[in-house]
Design a protein around this ligand. Structure first.
Ligand SMILES: [Zn+2]
Length: 257
């Protein structure tokens, strides 16, 4: 390292924070323009921290300690006019090391506790998110499970009303209709599903059906003209004997349209 010789000892003192007065002012001025000295100062400061830790912590690498010691005991040279300072290097170094150690230990403790607080906060955040995710997964599982029991609850004061759901894919001419709570049929009656075209023509017959003992029924892919756009669906109660080409009986349910 090509450090300017005349600053070597001042750099070491500066690293320990014990350089004062004119020497400090002139060194700081020099540091503003000299990256080599700035770099050396950083190295020395690193060594100081390592050395301070070494009384309690693991041993620093021998070369770090060596580099610091060499820098500190280096004699001023090359400037004959400059008097040799009557300065007790080892006393200064001992005190500085003690102070440095204290500062480093306090700083490390502070960082450690901040880190620990951060970790526990992060841990509780992750915990909360895990719980929320787990809840969402259980909701989805319950709704989509093939063996889930599906029960609809309605007001206890009103009798169950007939309900129907139509699933219609116009471009595939595919229709699935599912109904529940249907009243039992008289022997000569049957339910009929109707598709009301959006174009406004007459309703199209979309299947005859009878409910099972629970009042449930399904109609799957009844014969339909291709590609008709639907405006609404309805179910009527018709005579079983027919004809079933147009609604003649009473309306049981209809989709809003
Ligand atoms: Zn320099």
């Amino acid at each position: 390292m090509s450090v300017h010789e005349q600053y070597a000892d001042d750099l070491a003192l500066h690293a320990l924070n014990v350089l004062e007065g004119d020497a400090r002012v002139s060194l700081e001025k020099h540091l503003e323009t000299c990256s080599a000295c700035r770099q050396e100062l950083e190295l020395l400061r690193g060594d100081t921290a390592l050395l301070a830790l070494s009384t309690t912590g693991p041993k620093p690498p021998q070369r770090s300690r060596q580099r610091l010691l060499e820098a500190i005991v280096k004699e001023p040279r090359g400037l004959g006019a400059k008097p040799v300072r009557s300065f007790n290097w080892w006393a200064a170094f001992g005190w500085a090391a003690a102070v440095g150690m204290l500062v480093v230990v306090i700083q490390l403790r502070r960082e450690n506790s901040t880190l620990r607080e951060g970790m526990s906060e992060l841990g509780s955040m992750i915990g909360k998110q895990t719980i929320e995710l787990e809840n969402a997964r259980r909701v989805a599982d319950t709704i989509t499970a093939s063996d889930a029991m599906r029960v609809e609850l309605v007001s206890v004061k009103t009798p169950p009303v007939p309900r129907g759901k139509a699933f219609y894919l116009r471009n595939r001419t595919s229709l699935v209709f599912v109904a529940s709570n249907l009243a039992p049929l008289a022997p000569d009656k049957i339910y009929e599903l109707w598709l009301f075209p959006k174009s406004g023509g007459p309703p199209i017959a979309a299947g005859l059906f009878k409910p099972d003992a629970n009042g449930s029924a399904t109609v799957v892919n009844p014969p339909l003209p291709a590609g008709v756009e639907a405006k609404a669906f309805a179910v009527t109660l018709e005579p079983e004997s027919g004809p079933h080409d147009t609604p003649r009986g009473t309306a049981v349910m209809a989709s809003g349209a």
